[in-house]
Design a protein around this ligand. Structure first.
Ligand SMILES: [Zn+2]
Length: 132
């Protein structure tokens, strides 16, 4: 498989988890904005009033330590390893920057969107949490 073809496949499946989270948050009565450009990492969901953001991360692209995340394509393994570790470093920096600016950050992994109940619980808990 060509590298570009892999990217296309991975990317197209990556949009679904974000939609699941958006719909769920909306149905729970939370209102948010999408991809605020002025925030580090352009978080997927931004709850300005609460100063909270949610990232929805693809397990593959962001190096989640789950079944799906640790499976690398056989070809160009070095390329992928490097690319994914760069993504992970960037993710970490973005969370730190957001925290420094007073934002709370929740990361939801693609694999977690398969379980509606625990996902609901996670979102509600995060958004209802009082800030210290
Ligand atoms: Zn995962």
């Amino acid at each position: 498989m060509e590298r570009s073809e892999i990217m296309r496949r991975v990317r197209s499946t990556d949009t679904t988890p974000e939609l699941i989270v958006r719909k769920l948050a909306y149905s729970l009565g939370f209102r948010y904005r999408l991809h605020k450009k002025e925030l580090p990492g352009k978080p997927d969901l931004v709850f300005s009033g609460k100063r909270k953001v949610i990232f929805v991360h693809g397990c593959f692209w962001h190096g989640h330590k789950c079944k799906r995340g640790i499976r690398l394509p056989k070809k160009n393994r070095e390329y992928w390893t490097k690319k994914i570790s760069t993504n992970m470093k960037r993710d970490k920096n973005q969370v730190e920057e957001l925290n420094k600016a007073g934002w709370s950050v929740l990361t939801i992994w693609e694999c977690e969107t398969n379980d509606q109940d625990s996902l609901t619980h996670k979102i509600v808990e995060f958004l209802n949490e009082r800030r210290a």
